[in-house]
Design a protein. Structure first.
Length: 261
C-alpha cells in the first residue's frame, strides 16, 4: 500500500508541478509526518524536490538553482560573502559553477585587481561588471540546465596558474569527498581542483553527509570549507586532523565569517 501511495504522490506532484503539504495530506488522507517521510523517499530517488511547506516536480526542482536557492538562498549569499574575504589583490581564482558560487563575483570588491577563470554563466555576468577583473571563460558548449559551459580538453585548465579555486558540490562526505552528478562538469571541476594552490569548498549545511555519482576531489585535499552552520562532530574532527580551515558564514552582517579551526 505504501509503494502504491508513493507512486500516486509522485504522479500527482509531476502533474501539478507544485503542491503544498496540506494539499497532499488532504488528497491522500495521511498525516503531515507521513507525507514528509514519503517526500524524503521520493527526493532520494531524484524525482521530486522538497521546498518550504511543500514539494515541486523534478523538472521544477532541477531548473537552474530553483529548488536549492528557494530553500538555502540566504545561507548561500552569506557563504559567498565569506569566501570573497579570502580573495586578495592580483589573485588568479577559479570560480566553479553552482548555486552558491554564483554569488561570489557579486561579493567581490569591484576595485580589486584580479583574474577570474570560470565556466559559470552567472559568474561571467557578475565578473563582467568588475572593472579591475580579467575574465577567462572555460568551456565551449553551454548547458542550459546548469547555466554552465562544458567541453574542455585535458590541457585547457592545466595551462593556467590558479592561486585559489572556489568550488561547489552536489554532496560532500568523508568517504567520497566532493561529488557531482554531471560527467562533463566533472572534468572541469577535477582539473580546477588539482591545479589550484589552495582549494576552497563552498557548501551549505544540506550538502554534508551526501554523495553523488562522481568524485572530483578527496575531502583531505581541501584547504578550507566555507559553510552555513557548524557541521556534525566527525567533520570538525576531520578538519582539525587534516589542517582544513573551517569557516562558518556568520548571520551577523558586520562579520562575514567566523573561523572555528
Amino acid at each position: 500500500m505504501k509503494t502504491r501511495r508513493l507512486q500516486d504522490i509522485e504522479l500527482y506532484i509531476q502533474n501539478r508541478k507544485e503542491v503544498t503539504l496540506d494539499e497532499l495530506c488532504q488528497r491522500f488522507d495521511v498525516s503531515k509526518n507521513t507525507i514528509r517521510r514519503d517526500l524524503s523517499m521520493l527526493m532520494q530517488r531524484g524525482t521530486i524536490g522538497k521546498v518550504y511547506g511543500g514539494a515541486v516536480s523534478h523538472s521544477q526542482a532541477a531548473a537552474p538553482g530553483n529548488f536549492d536557492l528557494l530553500v538555502h538562498g540566504t545561507d548561500k549569499t552569506r557563504i559567498a560573502r565569506a569566501a570573497a574575504e579570502l580573495v586578495e589583490p592580483h589573485d588568479i581564482i577559479f570560480v566553479d559553477s553552482g548555486t552558491t558560487t554564483r554569488f561570489l563575483a557579486e561579493s567581490l570588491d569591484p576595485q580589486m585587481p584580479l583574474t577570474i577563470l570560470t565556466n559559470s554563466l552567472d559568474v561571467i555576468i557578475g565578473a563582467a561588471a568588475l572593472p579591475q577583473t580579467e575574465l577567462v571563460i572555460i568551456g565551449s558548449q553551454f548547458r542550459r540546465l546548469t547555466r554552465a559551459f562544458v567541453g574542455v580538453h585535458p590541457e585547457d585548465l592545466h595551462r593556467y596558474n590558479i592561486n585559489k579555486a572556489f568550488m561547489a558540490t552536489t554532496g560532500v562526505s568523508i568517504t567520497h569527498g566532493l561529488t557531482t552528478l554531471d560527467l562533463m562538469e566533472h572534468q572541469i571541476k577535477k582539473q580546477a581542483a588539482s591545479k589550484a594552490e589552495r582549494l576552497y569548498l563552498l557548501a551549505d549545511a544540506s550538502k554534508f553527509g551526501r554523495s553523488t555519482l562522481l568524485t572530483y576531489a578527496a575531502l583531505d585535499e581541501v584547504d578550507g570549507i566555507i559553510t552555513s552552520e557548524l557541521p556534525v562532530s566527525e567533520y570538525i574532527l576531520f578538519s582539525k586532523q587534516h589542517g582544513i580551515q573551517l569557516i562558518i558564514a556568520d548571520e551577523d552582517e558586520k562579520r562575514s565569517a567566523a573561523e572555528v579551526t
